[in-house]
Design a protein around this ligand. Sequence first.
Ligand SMILES: Nc1ncnc2c1ncn2[C@@H]1O[C@H](COP(=O)(O)OP(=O)(O)O)[C@@H](O)[C@H]1O
Ligand SMILES: [Mg+2]
Length: 258
Amino acid sequence: MAIGDVLYEAKNISKKYGSVVALDGASFKLHAGEVIGLVGDNGAGKSTLVKILSGAYTPDSGSLFLDGEQRVWTSPREVLDAGVETLYQDSGLAPHLSVSQNVFLGREKVVKGFFGKLGFVAKKQMEHEAHRDLEEVGIAVPASDRSVSQLSGGQRQAVAIGRAVAWARKVIILDEPTNHLGARQASEVLQIVKNAKKKGLGVIFISHTLPHVLEVTDRIIVLRLGKIVKIAPTSEFTGDTLVGTITGTIQTLKLEGD
Ligand SMILES: Nc1ncnc2c1ncn2[C@@H]1O[C@H](COP(=O)(O)OP(=O)(O)O)[C@@H](O)[C@H]1O
Ligand SMILES: [Mg+2]
């Protein structure tokens, strides 16, 4: 995959819950080395789109293409295995487990040995790899054998993001990753996003903190009442025009397809 290649594409995705139209014909392309901001008021359809992209929900209609190949996801696991990582708003770290166990949660090294000897090796190897993976994405965590319950909120969030970035081979979707973080921790998260971009990953960044969106994204998708009302380069927005586009006080004039 080269920078600029289309990594993940959504074509005409729609989803209803009963009579509520949560998404209405959403189409966009995410390129390698690109960060796309996904913004919109509460109820705009952001989470629904994230859940469809991550395989948690099935769209009613429309298609998804990863690396140009049409995919019909049947489970979130399948999407993870294809190289697409999602950090949901609620990060899902297990507080009683160590940092390394969290990094490997659900993909523990399957090594069986006599008397657990090889199991011990696998644990050490996991700790080593977890530490290396987190360092690689720019996260300093004191010791990967520490329990997550001993970490601060910001450190936990860093581990959750680090886990996603470390495993992502193609795409990473971050739902409100800077929520509840202090200014310094938030800027660390933004740096992680920039590093992921440099690695050639495609990133979808969802946030209500518009200065963060303006700082870290290349393009912005604005959703309103289930419809994409604007896709444009971030440089075309100011804070004010972005707010106006989200709320609908600024009429949307053009839709740029890719
Ligand atoms: N599981 C669900 N069941 C019924 N309605 C839902 C469900 N999830 C979301 N909705 C509705 O779909 C619309 C889009 O919601 P959502 O995707 O969560 O938006 P956002 O993440 O932008 O706040 C809203 O009207 C919301 O109430
Ligand atoms: Mg939401």
